[in-house]
Design a protein around this ligand. Structure first.
Ligand code: XMP
Length: 512
């Protein structure tokens, strides 16, 4: 994607690389992450106007450390090296890097010894997050040492002529409180960017890119799930190529209450898109008969989903492109420049790699919250924009044991009540994900005049940043009470309601 102001982050395997990207984007500058070993030609093709060299666990003192093409220092753009990135830059440009006697880890006090643009607006002392074993002992020719710490004689270096800067600490983490200021100084004072990248730009650039790729004739197909990712990808694609896009929406019988109707009314009704709705519920449910293991269920659903999708796509005739709503965190660009490893989750309800399509992933550089901003920009309804994540295999991963139409119907009703009450209480957006689970536990109760032997409904509600870790949501008792009374009153097959107070880890978000 061509953007006038563009930072390329070379990823040396650091745990904070995505966070750097995020911070840069928060400052309204577009950036992309590339693997450290990208070729110079490929890098130039991306037309970076600044580079950031990320941290990483390697040691430049050791053989086999990750190194980038040294040509990067000759392309004439400002460079910021962070931690390993600074050590590598120092080593590449003639400085001396050695293993430190003492590993430095955690919050450290830094003293600025030379006022450079990178430190504009900062005091003389600052707190910074360090995590390194090696140290720059001597700055390379042309560089000045501009900050020190007790343990690190060279905590920051700068070559103001070439606009090369290095920080031994991590400006991108919140434990470096003034870190964002340094990144902002780098982007606005050193690179002289204007910070004009917005979601509107993103939409415009994406549409232009898609049109270039697909041409005037090309046709595309998109698997629409109703979730935010595939919805945004589909609407972007539709803006770019109009009726040459067909969406396939597979109803596998494991959807939430009203979900199919909502997808149809939004995309067909509101956006006027071409959607093929496949009613495949009975095919899926018959394949799930007798299947109780969670992995087995996922496999059955995943495999059949592929088959149904292929069957429907074939009916469309000559279609060259497949649109997917893959988001940045799902793409781990590792080792080689082209390898993209998709999290195993996303292969479930996802599509196989050997399908005969060219892939278009317009969101592959975005984070979930950025995808939400794009969704708003594209005019997607609030309900889609803020919808909680929903797994590809749907309600099947929330029914423990065998999935039957009866259990699905109880779960669907319970889930609808829960979500309705959460929305009514104004809590929906405070929660990452909330849903009902049917553990399949039947127990004795008293209902009306008689004894009942009925289902338990579990409420799972968590807060999270990215779904990788999660905390249970501190649910107000009165809302729990309201949900409880509605569930047992409105669903005859339910006589008990419990709240799950487990975090992830050790639990997962879903129950399966
Ligand atoms: P767990 O249960 O592993 O879930 O803590 C983490 C997040 O991933 C979602 N999830 C899925 N998303 N396809 C998806 O697109 C899947 O097969 C899948 N399984 C789990 C889950 O809802 C949570 O947000």
């Amino acid at each position: 994607m061509g953007a006038a102001e563009k930072v390329v982050i070379l990823d040396f395997g650091g745990q904070y690389t995505q966070l750097i990207a995020r911070r840069v984007r928060e400052l309204k500058v577009y950036c992309e992450i590339k693997p450290y070993n990208v070729t110079l030609a490929e890098l130039l093709e991306a037309e970076p106007s600044a580079l950031i060299l990320s941290g990483g666990a390697g040691s430049v003192c050791k053989h086999g450390a990750p190194r980038c093409d040294e040509g990067i220092y000759g392309i004439g753009v400002p460079i910021l090296g962070i931690c390993y990135g600074m050590q590598l830059m120092a080593a590449d440009l003639g400085g001396i890097v050695k293993e430190a006697q003492k590993r430095e880890y955690g919050k450290t006090s830094i003293t600025i010894t030379k006022r450079v643009e990178l430190f504009k607006g900062l005091g003389e002392q600052l707190v910074a997050w360090m995590s390194h074993a090696d140290q720059v002992r001597e700055a390379p020719p042309g560089f000045a040492v501009v900050a020190v710490s007790d343990n690190t004689p060279v905590a920051a270096i700068a070559d103001e002529d070439r606009k090369f800067y290095g920080l031994q600490f991590h400006p991108e983490v919140i434990h470096t409180p003034q870190g964002q200021m340094m990144l902002s100084n780098f982007l606005f004072h050193i690179c002289r960017f204007s910070g004009s990248w917005t979601m509107e730009n993103f939409v415009e650039l994406s549409i232009r890119d898609i049109r270039e790729k697909v041409g005037d004739e090309g046709r595309a197909v998109c698997g629409l799930s109703g979730g935010i990712d595939s919805s945004v990808a589909a609407v972007l694609m539709h803006r770019a190529i109009g009726s040459r896009l067909t969406c396939i929406f597979v109803d596998h019988g494991l959807l939430r209450k009203g979900e199919k109707e909502q997808v149809i009314s939004t995309f067909e009704g509101h956006f006027n898109m071409d959607i093929v709705v496949v009613d495949a519920a009975s095919e899926f449910l018959s394949r799930l008969r007798g299947v109780t293991g969670p992995e087995e269920k996922r496999k059955v659903i995943g495999n059949h989903f592929i088959r149904v999708f292929e069957r429907e796509a074939q009916k469309l005739g000559d279609v060259e492109y497949l649109v997917q709503g893959t988001l940045y965190p799902d793409v781990i660009e590792s080792g080689t420049a082209t390898a993209a490893v998709i999290k195993s989750h996303h292969n479930v309800g996802g599509l196989p790699e050997d399908m005969d399509f060219k892939l278009i992933e317009p969101l592959r550089h975005l984070f979930k919250d950025e995808a939400r901003l794009v969704a708003q920009e594209l005019g997607l309804p609030e309900e889609v924009v803020w919808r909680h994540p929903f797994p590809g295999p749907g309600l099947a991963v929330r029914v423990l044991g065998e999935v039957t139409p009866e259990k699905l119907s109880v779960l669907r009703e319970a889930d609808a009540i829960i979500i309705e009450e959460i929305k009514k209480a104004g809590l929906y957006r405070k929660i990452w994900q909330a849903f009902a689970v049917l553990p399949g536990v039947l127990s004795v109760g008293v209902q009306g005049d008689g004894r009942s032997y009925a289902h338990t409904i579990v409420l799972r509600a968590v807060t999270s940043q990215d779904g990788m870790t999660a905390d249970w949501f501190p649910f107000p008792y009165d809302v729990l009470g309201q949900i409880s009374s509605r569930l047992v009153n409105e669903i005859a097959q339910v006589n008990r309601f419990v709240y799950d107070v487990s975090s992830k880890p050790p639990a997962t978000i879903e129950w399966e």
